[in-house]
Design a protein around this ligand. Structure first.
Ligand SMILES: NC(=O)c1ccc[n+]([C@@H]2O[C@H](COP(=O)([O-])OP(=O)(O)OC[C@H]3O[C@@H](n4cnc5c(N)ncnc54)[C@H](O)[C@@H]3O)[C@@H](O)[C@H]2O)c1
Length: 265
C-alpha cells in the first residue's frame, strides 16, 4: 500500500532537505583544494563553519572569504590533525566559539608518490598519521557531543585509491583504505545514536595536491579518464552537502564515489 501524499513530507520540508541552516560544520583541510570548496558549499547551504588547517594563514584567508561571501559565521583554527594536543585545542576552540559540532568533515591530508621501496618509515608514518590518526582524533573528540544530541554527520575524505590499486602511492592507498574501514566500523558504533558516518571517495580532482603531478602524468590521467578531464573541486560540494544534510538520513557506513567513472573501467 502506497503512502498517501499527506503521509509524505510536505513541499517545504522536501525543498529544504539539503538545508544546513542552524548547523555547525568543522572542516579539516579547509584551507585549500577540495575541502575549501566543500566548506564554501556547506556555508552556502546555511551552516556556520570552523576551518581547521595546519596552514593557519590559508585557513584564516579562507574563513574571511567564506564569511564575506555567504554571511555565515566562519572561524579558522590552526592545527596539525595528526597531533593529539593540537586536535584537543582546536576542538575546544570550536566548541567555545560555536557551542557544538553537527557536521565533521575530515579532509586534511597529503600524498607522497614514488615506488614503495623508496619510502622511508617517516614518510610512511606521515601518511598513516594524517589520514587515519587525524580522522580518529577528530572523531573521538567530536562524537560524544553528537551522541548526547542524538544527531550528527561525519564525512571522511577517502579516495578511489582505497578501492583500486594505483601505482606509486602504496602507503597513501593503505592509509585511505584504513580510513574507509574506520568509516564503516565507526558507523556501526554511532548508528544507535542517530549519528551517520560516511566517506567520499574522490577520483582525480584538480587541486594544488594533484598539480604536483608532472604535465606528462596529468595528460595520462586525462587520457585514461572516461570524462577526459580531472574533476573540479566544486563537484565535491553536492555529495558533501547531501551527506551532511537530512537528505541522507538513512545513509551511513558507506561511501560516495566521485570519480567520473574512472574506477568503473
Ligand atoms: N585532489 C585529489 O585528486 C584527491 C583525490 C582523492 C582524495 N583526495 C583527498 O582530499 C583531501 C584534500 O586534498 P586536496 O587535493 O584538496 O589537497 P590540498 O593540498 O589542496 O589541500 C590539503 C589541505 O590539508 C591541509 N593539511 C595537510 N596536512 C595537514 C595536517 N597534518 N593537519 C592539518 N591540515 C593539513 C593542507 O594545509 C591543505 O590546506 C586529502 O585528504 C586528499 O588525500 C584528493
Amino acid at each position: 500500500m502506497n503512502m498517501t501524499l499527506e503521509q509524505l513530507p510536505g513541499v517545504e520540508s522536501v525543498r529544504n532537505l539539503f538545508s544546513l541552516a542552524g548547523k555547525v560544520a568543522l572542516v579539516t583541510g579547509g584551507g585549500s583544494g577540495l575541502c575549501r570548496a566543500i566548506a564554501w558549499g556547506l556555508a552556502c547551504n546555511g551552516a556556520d563553519v570552523a576551518i581547521v588547517d595546519r596552514d593557519g594563514t590559508a585557513a584564516a584567508a579562507c574563513a574571511a572569504e567564506l564569511s564575506g561571501g555567504t554571511g555565515r559565521r566562519v572561524e579558522s583554527f590552526q592545527a596539525d590533525v595528526s597531533n593529539e594536543a593540537d586536535v584537543a585545542k582546536a576542538v575546544d576552540g570550536v566548541l567555545e566559539a560555536f557551542g557544538r559540532v553537527d557536521v565533521l568533515l575530515n579532509g586534511a591530508g597529503h600524498n607522497i608518490r614514488k615506488p614503495l621501496v623508496e619510502f622511508s618509515q617517516a614518510e610512511f608514518d606521515s601518511l598513516m598519521q594524517v589520514h587515519v590518526r587525524g580522522a580518529f582524533l577528530f572523531c573521538r573528540a567530536v562524537a560524544p557531543g553528537m551522541q548526547a544530541r542524538k544527531s550528527g554527520s561525519i564525512i571522511n575524505i577517502a579516495s578511489i585509491a582505497a578501492f583500486v590499486a594505483i601505482r606509486e602511492i602504496v602507503p597513501y592507498s593503505a592509509a585511505k583504505a584504513g580510513l574507509l574501514q574506520l568509516t564503516r566500523a565507526f558507523a556501526l558504533e554511532m548508528a544507535p545514536f542517530g549519528v551517520r558516518v560516511n566517506a567520499i571517495a574522490p577520483g582525480f580532482i584538480d587541486t594544488p595536491l594533484t598539480r604536483q603531478h608532472p604535465g606528462e602524468k596529468r595528460r595520462q590521467i586525462e587520457e585514461t579518464s572516461p570524462t577526459g578531464r580531472f574533476g573540479c573541486t566544486e563537484e565535491l560540494i553536492g555529495p558533501a552537502v547531501f551527506l551532511a544534510s537530512d537528505a541522507a538520513s538513512f545513509v551511513t557506513g558507506t561511501s560516495v564515489v566521485v570519480d567520473g567513472a574512472w574506477s568503473a573501467q
